[in-house]
Design a protein around this ligand. Structure first.
Ligand code: FES
Length: 122
């Protein structure tokens, strides 16, 4: 059994939109990559799927700052999700999945857990 993750290239720097998100498709499902140029680190990756509706919309949400936390507001019912922890600010029982993300030259890489690939293959 291999318990490995992979750092998949999901897009390039040119694809990123300042203060906004882009949706990318990974083996772990759709992921929203956010680029907040005034922050350090400036990149965040969370599931693109809104947990309240199951719709793939979070990359289109408005980003902002709430109490010092970087957040995205779901375009549907406007819940805010912390981009670092995935936690919903209005409902602490709800969170979106977060992913480590980094810049590798011109490539944006997201760390995808290998677990899903294996269970899908089994
Ligand atoms: S990161 Fe630029 S205003 Fe929030």
């Amino acid at each position: 059994m291999k318990a490995r993750t992979s750092w998949d290239v999901v897009c390039t720097v040119e694809d990123l939109v300042p203060e906004s998100g882009v949706a990318v498709w990974t083996e772990d499902g759709p992921v929203a990559v956010f680029y907040l140029p005034h922050r350090l680190p400036a990149l965040f990756a969370v599931s693109h799927t809104d947990p309240f509706t199951g719709k793939n919309v979070l990359a289109r949400g408005i980003t902002g700052d709430l109490k010092g936390q970087p957040v995205v507001a779901s375009p549907l019912y406007k819940q805010h999700f912390n981009l670092q922890t995935g936690r919903c600010l209005e409902d602490e029982d709800v969170a979106v999945k977060t992913y480590p993300v980094l810049l590798d030259g011109n490539n944006v890489r997201v760390e995808i857990p290998a677990v899903n690939k294996e269970s899908a293959a089994a």
